[in-house]
Write a protein that binds this ligand. Structure first.
Ligand code: P6P
Length: 283
C-alpha cells in the first residue's frame, strides 16, 4: 500500500505542473460519460496511467476518463479507481480542482475499498490519505515533497452547507431541508469542485455536502467508484457519515456498472441525522 501512496505523491507534483503549463482547451475526444474532455483531463489521465504502470502492487486501474478496466500487473493485489482531474472545467477560472483515488481489493464495491486519497490543487497542493483504522492524514506539498500536517477529525456539527445540483431541479423535500439549514445559520460554501468543497468541510470541522437526485439527474451526478465511495471512506474515518437518498451507507454500494452515479450526502453526524429526518429514512 505504501508504494501506492508514494505513487500518488509523485502524481500530485506532475499534475500540478501540467495545470500550470498545459493548454486549457478542449481535446477532440469525449470521456465514457459522453462529456467533452479538456486536454488537461487527457494529460492528467496519462500521468496517472504511466505512474501506476510502474507500481507492481497495482493489478489494474479504472479511470473516470476511460470506458473499461486497464490491466497492469498480473500479480498485483489492488485495483485503483480514479478521477484524474475532478472539476477540471474550473481551471480556466483559476479555482481549485482535485484528483481522487479509491484503492480496492477484489470486486469493485464499497466494502472492498481498503484505502482512499485525494489531492487538492489550490493555492497550495495538499493530499489526504486514509486506510482502515486511522483518521484521514493531511499532507502539505512543497518543493516536490510532502510533509505531514496532521489528521482530520469532524465535529459532531458544523456550519457549512455545500448544496450541489441545479436548484430548480431539486425535489421539494430536498429544497425545504437545504433552506432549513440556511435558516439555522449555515453558510453556503460551494465552488462546483467536489474535492475542494469536501476538503473545506473536513478542514473547517464539519457541515454538509449534498448532491441529490434531481429531475435532470435522477441517479445523481457523482460517480460511485471514482468519487463517492473514496470520499465516503474519508468522511466516516473522520468521524462523519456518508449516505445516499435511501439512507444507505455509501460504503455499502455495489455499482452495477463502472461509471454508475448516485445521490450522495457527506457530513457531520448532526447534519446527516437531520437529512435522514427530512428524507424519512432511518439509520
Ligand atoms: P453542479 C465537477 O464537474 C463535478 O463533477 C464535481 O466536482 C462537483 O461536485 C459537481 O460536478 C458540480 O456539479 O451540477 O453542482 O455544477
Amino acid at each position: 500500500m505504501l508504494s501506492i501512496f508514494d505513487t500518488i505523491k509523485d502524481i500530485a507534483f506532475k499534475i500540478e505542473y501540467a495545470i500550470q503549463t498545459e493548454d486549457l482547451g478542449y481535446s477532440s475526444s469525449e470521456n465514457s460519460s459522453g462529456e467533452e474532455q479538456l486536454k488537461l483531463d487527457v494529460k492528467s489521465d496519462l500521468i496517472i496511467e504511466k505512474a501506476f504502470s510502474k507500481t507492481l502492487s497495482v493489478k489494474s486501474i479504472v479511470s473516470e476518463e476511460k470506458e473499461g478496466i486497464l490491466n497492469l500487473h498480473k500479480n498485483g493485489k489492488y485495483t485503483v479507481c480514479y478521477d484524474p482531474l475532478d472539476g477540471s472545467s474550473l481551471v480556466d477560472v483559476n479555482l481549485s480542482v482535485g484528483s481522487i483515488f479509491g484503492i480496492y481489493e477484489g470486486e469493485l464495491k464499497g466494502e472492498n475499498l481498503v484505502a482512499s486519497a485525494y489531492i487538492v490543487y489550490g493555492p497550495r497542493v495538499e493530499l489526504v490519505y486514509v486506510e482502515k483504522g486511522i483518521r484521514p492524514q493531511l499532507y502539505g506539498g512543497n518543493n516536490q515533497s510532502f510533509k505531514r500536517l496532521g489528521e482530520i477529525c469532524l465535529n459532531k456539527k458544523g456550519n457549512i452547507n455545500a448544496s450541489g445540483g441545479t436548484q430548480k431541479n431539486w425535489e421539494k423535500d430536498h429544497k425545504e431541508f437545504i433552506d432549513s439549514l440556511f435558516k439555522e445559520g449555515y453558510r453556503l460554501r460551494y465552488s462546483g469542485g467536489m474535492v475542494p468543497d469536501l476538503h473545506q468541510i473536513l478542514l473547517k470541522g464539519g457541515g454538509l455536502f449534498s448532491y441529490p437526485a434531481t429531475s435532470d439527474r435522477p441517479n445523481g451526478k457523482l460517480r460511485q467508484l471514482f468519487e463517492v465511495i473514496p470520499f465516503a471512506f474519508i468522511y466516516e474515518q473522520a468521524g462523519g457519515e456518508a449516505i445516499n437518498d435511501k439512507g444507505k451507507r455509501l460504503l455499502e454500494l455495489v455499482p452495477s456498472h463502472l461509471h454508475d452515479t448516485t445521490p450522495c450526502f457527506f457530513g457531520s453526524k448532526y447534519e446527516i441525522d437531520r437529512l435522514r429526518e427530512a428524507y424519512g429514512v432511518t439509520k
